[in-house]
Write a protein that binds this ligand. Structure first.
Ligand code: SF4
Length: 356
């Protein structure tokens, strides 16, 4: 049974749109035409879908919500662009486009605010405001792909690492993955999609059973449960052993390597003893630790460790056989880096629906 409650065209899978059209007394093949207009031709109003009858266009416009996002602001730096979207209820979220050589990655938000309330993060400061719908997630990628197309480029990677905890909005996130992976939409390979979580153990196991091949990243940030609860208040919900066991299960089921992210906060979790404990926690696991020196957030009294500290931390992990990467921070000059996304005030809205 398909739920048509949301009635967002970008929240429909191809099959669901076909079902909806059939129930509305229309031909099922119209779904292919509508997907083609939206995802290939980048037309963002039913009015512009010229091979549909006037009557159907009118009916679609009256029944389906599209587009859902208005562009409130764009900030650009050399390698990143940050997009602030206004949603139909006036709430705001951000997405980030990251350019790295020929790779174009979009960092998607899955919620307004975030329930995890990580100590170093701007997005979590107000807690969870609401979850996004599948259509609102899909449209972030769609609009940025359209923006890139004008420059002859395409979105090729997606990371669910913007505002929100994706596994707390499981159904909408999963649906957006399926929609964006569809060859009739942006057709982004699942292997080029990454979901980042603070660790919702049952949902990690559920995701492992979905027969998907998306990459999974655990935001670890501390080498033990006691310490982790202080950095990620949400971590109280699940013991670390339970989360790590779920991550192992995911790796085994999907044959994907696991990444553990560790935000380094000066004099808090970046000391030698933390690196030694972390190496021991992850010993024997097929994984990579991604070290992220903290990105400053206004109003938070936390500091980024200096380069020498990060190198020393990395050296300890690697000397104990833990593969480690160190993320070069992109976008911190426009507050688009990890943990810096926050709800900004817009400066003039661009309604994508006005363009076709
Ligand atoms: S870092 Fe991620 S999980 Fe933590 S509060 Fe921010 S958005 Fe939520």
């Amino acid at each position: 049974m398909i739920c048509f409650l949301s009635m967002e065209v970008c929240g429909f899978t191809f099959e669901e749109l076909g079902d909806w059209l059939e129930q509305a007394g229309e031909k099922r093949f119209r779904a292919a035409q509508i997907f083609d207009w939206i995802y290939r031709k980048g037309v963002l109003s039913f009015e512009g879908m010229e091979n549909l009858s006037k009557e159907l266009r009118k009916r679609l416009a009256e029944s389906l919500r599209f587009p859902l996002l208005k562009l409130a602001a764009v900030q650009e730096s050399d390698e990143t662009s940050k997009f602030l979207w206004e949603l139909s209820d006036g709430k705001r979220v951000e997405s980030v486009l990251i350019r790295s050589f020929d790779r174009r990655t979009v960092c998607l938000s899955s919620q307004v605010g975030c329930p995890a309330r990580c100590a170093f993060c701007a997005s979590g400061r107000e807690g969870l405001i609401r979850s996004l719908t599948a259509g609102e997630i899909v449209e972030q990628a769609l609009h940025i792909d359209r923006f890139l197309k004008e420059k002859g480029e395409r979105v090729c990677h997606l990371v669910y690492m913007g505002m929100g905890e994706p596994l707390e909005n499981y159904d909408a996130v999963l649906k957006s993955i399926r929609i964006l992976n569809d060859e009739r939409t942006l057709h982004i390979s699942q292997r080029r999609m990454t979901v980042s979580t603070v660790g919702i153990a049952p949902e990690i196991r559920r995701l492992a059973e979905e027969r998907l091949f998306v990459n999974l990243v655990l935001s670890l940030h501390a080498p033990n449960q006691h310490f982790r609860k202080k950095i990620i208040p949400f971590a109280r919900k699940y013991p670390l052993e339970e989360i790590l066991s779920a991550m192992d299960f995911y790796a085994e089921k999907t044959r994907r390597d696991i990444t553990y992210e560790y935000t380094l906060l000066s004099k808090i979790n970046d000391q030698e003893e933390h690196a030694i404990e972390l190496a021991s926690l992850l010993r024997g696991k097929q994984c990579t630790v991604n070290l992220i020196p903290y990105n400053p957030v206004q109003g938070l009294r936390l500091e980024r460790p200096d380069r020498a500290n990060v190198c020393a931390f990395q050296k300890i992990l690697e000397s104990r056989g833990i593969r480690t990467t160190w993320r070069y921070t992109k976008g911190d000059d426009i507050a688009a880096a990890c943990g810096q996304l926050a709800l900004q005030k817009p400066s003039g809205l661009t309604n994508f629906g006005a363009t076709s």
